[in-house]
Design a protein around this ligand. Structure first.
Ligand code: SF4
Length: 271
């Protein structure tokens, strides 16, 4: 099995997973939901005279992705404080604002959250939280904790998808009558040049098989996969860089496999 990087743009990485299986590819995708990230988990409302209910405010704050430093915080349930809350499992961010301008409607953004720990702050500055006007005031202390997306989606660190790597073969002779397929291909990766079809970027192929089914010349185009090579796309929401997420998912897979092997061994000793 091999993992080969293909591309990185912003918070998205693309890589090839070769000589593997759908089960392994899916395990990587699913384990991304078990990587802990920081999110606002509780709020203490000291004052809120805006039009947004406290519950909605808590919900909105919870969905703001927060940068998550590696290895600094413990999951609350695994912390030395036994879940009571301490500096090793939680940190706070403060939100305080009052509308001062007459007849002006102001917006409170994620950048207005003042973090206690500068390493745990909103990933994006410009997430709108609420709107308020003169005389309306909000003072909130937000508690951020580590959590996993399998418990709540606010802790989700990324989205990812994979597909079989397409292999497109073109019979140059037969394809001289297949110019119409250029328009048929949804991602437009076929072109007609020197009386034959050519593929520009096979990685973008969606495996829709239109070019095979609608070919005027049977056998001119063949689209297959090996069944064990995959193209992966992983987009981080910014709490943790995407490469680190991939490494963490692989580490988790290793730990879980070892745990399972130990349990099976224990069972066979008992029996
Ligand atoms: S299978 Fe679909 S996407 Fe791929 S080359 Fe053929 S028409 Fe294009």
């Amino acid at each position: 099995m091999k993992i080969e990087p293909l591309d990185r743009k912003g918070n998205t990485i693309k890589f090839r997973l070769s000589d593997s299986s759908p089960a392994f590819a899916n395990a990587i995708r699913r384990l991304l939901f078990e990587i802990p990230t920081m999110a606002i988990d509780e709020i203490i409302v000291i004052e809120n005279s805006t039009l947004l209910y406290d519950e909605i405010l808590a919900h909105r704050l919870g969905l703001i992705p927060l940068t998550t430093p590696d290895g600094i915080y413990n999951l609350q349930e695994e912390c030395v404080c036994s879940g009571h809350g301490c500096s090793q499992c939680e940190t706070s961010l403060t939100l305080e604002k009052e509308g001062v301008e007459l007849s002006a409607i102001e917006t409170l953004y994620s950048r207005d959250l003042q973090p206690e720990d500068p390493d745990v702050k909103p990933v994006l500055d410009n997430v709108p939280i609420l709107r308020f006007t003169q005389g309306q005031k909000v003072i909130v202390q937000a508690i951020a904790r580590l959590g996993k997306a399998i418990k709540h989606s606010k802790f989700q660190s990324a989205i990812s998808s994979y597909k079989y790597e397409p292999i497109i073969k073109i019979d140059e002779k037969k394809s001289e009558f297949c110019e119409s397929l250029v328009e048929v291909c949804p991602p437009k990766i076929l072109k007609f040049e020197n009386n034959s079809l050519k593929v520009t970027e096979s990685r973008i192929c969606t495996l829709c098989m239109q070019c095979v089914e609608l070919s005027p010349e049977p056998g001119a185009v063949e689209v297959t996969t090996t069944g064990k090579d995959f193209l992966f796309t992983l987009t981080s929401f910014g709490q943790i860089p995407p490469e680190k997420l991939l490494l963490k998912a692989l580490e988790l897979l290793k730990d879980k496999s070892q745990e399972m092997a130990t349990k099976i061994q224990e069972l066979s000793i008992e029996s």
